[in-house]
Design a protein. Sequence first.
Length: 333
Amino acid sequence: MKKILIIQTAFLGDVVLATALIEKLHAFYPEAQLDFLLRKGNEGLIKEHPLLRQVLIWNKKEGKYKSLMQLLSQIRAEKYDLVINVQRFGATGILTALSGAKETVGFDKNPFSRFFTHKHRHDVTTGTHEVERNHLLIKSITDATPAKPKLYPSQVDFAKVEALKQEKFICMAPTSVWFTKQYPKEQWVTLLNSIDPKYKVYLLGSPADKAHCDEIIGHSTNERVQNLCGQLSLLQSAALMRDAVLNYVNDSGPMHLASALNAPTCAIYCSTVPKFGFGPLADFANIVEREEPLYCRPCGLHGYKACPEGHFKCAREIRNEQLLEVLQLAEIV
């Protein structure tokens, strides 16, 4: 195994979870050249990753299939010994099947998996974590124990957020791509109003999340809140989260950033459930969800733009006290 390519072109969190494969492969094949293919927008996560030789980028906005064909030519020229496809959609299946690699491996849900050298089942109903499912792809060439995902913020990243760490602080990431994964604004306001003023609170997110977080702050009486949306890169956000007393997150990308830095985590689950296998992995990680079962939960694997039933009880009936109890535990640890 001299040259290995890992393919994961899904969302931010999926890329973070796939970094566990980098850790495991490097441990077993320290001299191998490891490359990673992702979609444009996520490259900031691993562009300077110390264990990777290069990061390949699929730029769909420049023409999905034009970019795909350029990547295929680049991949074939590399003559990989192994291509590992973590993604389950057809486009990356084509890249894998036509890669020219000596061996190819991926999940059976990929429509082109019949052309892979090896394929494995991907089942979200068993409660198995995604890092364990991903590890199945390399289990036969490593061992039975999956690694944990890991990111590597640079010294510059840590320096960027050092001034924000001069007092005890809490981070909150209130948004999600999916509405039904997102704890409601008014409940974030309630939480903010309940936080002891000894803590500084930082709201994290992308530039697109700034207005959402401004609205939360505008309705809160907490005067110790700062909106950092759009001011920090992904790795800088992770560097900040690492040293927080607690990070309040949805079942979304920031939860996986916390896992990759082993940052204390309170993960709020609304329409989705931990059993799908995408839960937090930090040493201190607590999941908060509606305490009683709900007939319509979970309503889907990824979430929706609106509650299909119109009531959004899976989120609205989470008690603020549940979130504060996790903070109390974090203070003890």
